[in-house]
Design a binder for this molecule. Structure first.
Ligand code: APR
Length: 248
C-alpha cells in the first residue's frame, strides 16, 4: 500500500473525516508523546486520580504544563494543518477529530465547530468544582509567581488544565459527535497518531466497520495498519499536501 493507493482513495472520497494525533504538530515544534524525544521520554504521567488526591501530584502536573506551554503558545500551524484546511475549502471535510490539545487546527483556519477535541484543550485551565476557566497564560503567570498548584479564585476548588487525563471522563457529547462522523464518512484519514490510546483509537475502527475507507499517514507502524486500505509512511508536512491536492 503506498502513496499511489492513498491518492486514489482520497481522490474518490467526498465525505472525509480527519483524525489527528500529536504527530501532526511536531513540525510546528510541539513534541509528540511516544517518539524517542517525546513528552513521555522526559516526564512521568500524572493521572487524574493522583491529580485530585495528591498535592505533590498536582505540583508535578503543573510543572510539566508550565514547561510545555510556551512552545505550544508560540507554535504556528504547518503544511499538515493547512492540508486539512484545503480539504475543508474543497467542501470534503465533514469533521476533524483530534486528540491534540494545542488548538493548531483552529489556528490554521478550520471552523471551531467542526474540530472535535477528544482530549480537551491545554489553552485554558478549568476549576474541577465550579467550572470557572482562566487562560493558560494566566495560570502560568501564577505558577511563576509561586502558586505551584493554582486554585480557583471563585470557589477555592482545584484548577486543572482543561485536558482529559488518563482516568478522567471523556467529553461525552464530543465523543458522540465523533462517532456519528465516523459512521457517516466515506473515508477516515488518520494522521500523526500511534493509535494506541482508547477510546480515541476506536474512532478509526468504527469508520472502517461502518464501510468507510481507512487511510493512515504516520512515520511509524500503528496497530490499525492491518485494517487500513492504505498506509503512507513519511513526514506529514510533505505527504499530506500531496494527498489532498493542496499547495501546502
Ligand atoms: N510525520 C509523520 N509522523 C509523525 C511525525 C511527522 N512529522 N511526528 C511524529 N509522528 C508520529 C510518531 O511516529 C508517532 O507514531 O506520530 C505519532 C504520534 O504518536 P503519539 O506520540 O503516541 O501521540 P498520539 O497518538 O496523539 O497520543 C495519543 O496519548 O498521551 C496521550 O493524551 C495523549 O492525546 C495523546 C494520546
Amino acid at each position: 500500500m503506498s502513496d499511489q493507493a492513498a491518492r486514489g482513495l482520497m481522490a474518490g472520497a467526498s465525505r472525509i473525516v480527519g483524525f489527528t494525533g500529536a504527530g501532526i504538530s511536531t513540525e510546528s515544534g510541539v513534541p509528540d508523546f511516544r517518539s524517542p524525544n517525546g513528552v513521555w521520554a522526559r516526564n512521568r504521567t500524572v493521572d487524574f486520580h493522583e491529580f485530585v488526591s495528591s498535592e505533590p501530584g498536582r505540583v508535578e502536573y503543573w510543572r510539566q504544563k508550565a514547561e510545555a506551554w510556551p512552545a505550544m503558545r508560540e507554535a504556528k500551524p504547518n503544511a499538515g494543518h493547512r492540508a486539512f484546511v484545503e480539504l475543508h475549502r474543497q467542501g470534503r471535510l465533514l469533521a476533524l477529530v483530534t486528540q491534540n490539545i494545542e488548538r493548531l487546527h483552529q489556528r490554521s483556519g478550520l471552523p471551531a465547530d467542526i474540530v472535535l477535541e477528544l482530549h480537551g484543550t491545554t489553552t485554558e485551565a478549568e476549576c474541577l468544582t465550579c467550572g470557572d476557566r482562566i487562560t493558560s497564560d494566566e495560570a502560568c503567570r501564577r505558577i511563576e509567581a509561586g502558586e505551584r498548584a493554582p486554585r480557583c479564585r471563585a470557589c477555592g476548588g482545584l484548577l486543572k488544565p482543561a485536558t482529559i487525563s488518563f482516568g478522567q471522563a471523556m467529553p461525552l457529547e464530543v465523543m458522540a459527535r465523533a462517532q456519528e462522523a465516523a459512521e457517516t464518512c466515506d473515508l477516515l484519514l488518520a494522521v500523526g497518531s500511534s493509535l494506541v490510546v482508547e477510546p480515541a483509537a476506536s474512532i478509526p475502527r468504527l469508520a472502517k466497520a461502518a464501510g468507510a475507507r481507512l487511510v493512515i499517514v504516520n512515520r511509524e507502524p500503528t496497530p490499525l495498519d492491518g485494517i487500513a486500505d492504505a498506509v503512507v509512511r513519511g513526514e506529514i508536512g510533505v505527504v499530506l499536501p500531496a494527498l489532498v491536492g493542496a499547495n501546502g
